[in-house]
Ligand binder design. Structure first.
Ligand code: PLP
Length: 394
């Protein structure tokens, strides 16, 4: 190994931006960068249900002996049911607890690479910033498909036109709900169209469900995933409890492979997934998954706390949309009211995002993404004024 050969890859741009925010001394600065939920005081609190589950686990004092390679099986079963509802697909599937949603994506990417190394992963453009690096790190090719129109609505005909050149067995990466970064989700009928398209072209969906319960009730947020699960033979799912349980740093996720009804490869699928994790981190940490399993056991109080987060985001979106509308902002901005989840994409280029930061102390990512959940109610008007001022600049 030659250290002199080290490539100059540079630091992660997102974390450099956070550093710049921390050093900004302006009192009115707004951090709309990172994807964490914040309450009205700007905190990311631990949910009450998580605190009491932690207490219960501490009192139980279970052994710390190794668990299984697939992680916490109770968690795996319960999250699979949370994702799929009362589905017959729960009769033939493999679930592996993973190190967050990221770990699930990486595990599935390596799984795809073992089975079909020449498959292309089709990724929405714009898309989640880490999807491409995760897929490429596992050795897969990635190609883009368009996702949105200029006025920030779903551009399904362009998506399907781009995907028309996908080959049988290729992977289509979809966001289960609350598309990151655009907040633009397909309607039920658009999900049906996408499902039919996958069926006719024999594409395999990899559905990344990182925000179930952040856009709508969890069952509604899972409607697209469930439509695909009902109609398609092979479906890959990556999910995470980082956001909907606020377990970010505990790293709780799951990778699920739904297998065709009469398929008898499930044992082989499980063994392959286990081989991949064994050669990586062996098995995931248990604590967060044990907490999540407790929350799933009696979900009502958790779902109530989750609905409070969701309603705060919805109310900010509605108010921001209304204020922008009153100011005569274009649809590319007022659409924020109709989008879902934490993120929206401003119709701004890098220079405009720089201007937002320099002139108004408003920090979003350079591709135009802002975290709506980072806003306080008393900042909404200030943000709207800044957005309108930037959009009107020649
Ligand atoms: C679409 C999407 N997938 C996956 C992840 C990663 O989730 P985790 O933090 O659980 O690894 C995120 C986090 O921001 C995300 O937005």
């Amino acid at each position: 190994m030659m250290l002199s050969n080290i490539p100059q890859v540079g630091g992660d741009p997102l974390w450099s931006l956070i550093e710049a925010f921390n050093q900004d001394i302006r009192k009115h600065k707004m951090d709309l960068i990172v994807g964490v939920y914040r309450d009205e005081s700007g905190n990311t609190p631990i949910m009450q249900v998580v605190k009491s589950a932690e207490q219960t686990l501490a009192n139980q004092g279970l052994s710390k002996a190794y668990r299984q390679l697939s992680g916490n099986d109770l968690f795996n079963k319960r999250i699979a049911r949370f994702l799929l509802g009362d589905s017959q697909r729960l009769e033939n599937y493999c679930a592996m607890q993973t190190v967050g949603g990221t770990g699930a994506l990486r595990l599935l990417a390596e799984f795809i690479n073992c089975l079909s190394p020449s498959a292309t992963v089709w990724n929405s453009e714009p898309g989640y910033i880490n999807h491409r690096p995760i897929m490429e790190s596992a050795g897969l090719k990635v190609k883009p498909y368009r996702w949105q129109t200029k006025d920030q609505q779903l551009d399904l005909s362009s998506s399907l036109a781009d995907l028309a050149s996908a080959a049988e067995g290729d992977i289509i990466l979809l966001h289960g709900c609350c598309h990151n970064p655009t907040g633009i989700d397909p309607t039920d009928s658009q999900w049906r169209q996408l499902t039919e398209f996958c069926k006719s072209k024999k594409l395999v969906p990899l559905i990344d469900m990182a925000y179930q319960g952040f856009g709508d009730e969890p069952d509604l947020d899972a409607a697209g995933l469930r439509c695909m699960a009902q109609e398609l033979d092979l479906v890959l799912i990556a999910s995470s409890c980082s956001k909907n349980m606020g377990l970010y740093c505990e790293r709780v996720g799951v990778a699920i492979v739904l297998l065709p009804e009469n398929e008898n490869h499930s044992q082989n699928v499980r063994h392959l997934l286990e081989r991949i994790t064994r050669a990586n981190y062996s098995m995931p940490p248990d604590h967060g998954a044990a907490l999540a399993a407790k929350l799933f056991e009696d979900p009502t109080p958790w779902l109530k706390e989750l609905s409070e987060c969701r309603n705060r985001i919805k109310s900010i979106r509605m108010t921001l949309g209304k204020v922008l509308d009153e100011m005569g902002a274009p649809p590319s901005l007022t659409m924020i009211a109709r989008q879902k989840g934490m993120f929206s994409m401003l119709p701004f280029n890098k220079d405009q995002m720089d201007a937002l930061r320099v002139k108004f102390a408003i920090y979003g990512t350079s591709n135009g993404r802002i975290n709506i959940a980072g806003l306080k109610t008393n900042q909404i008007r200030m943000l709207a004024e800044a957005l309108v001022s930037i959009v009107r600049q020649p």
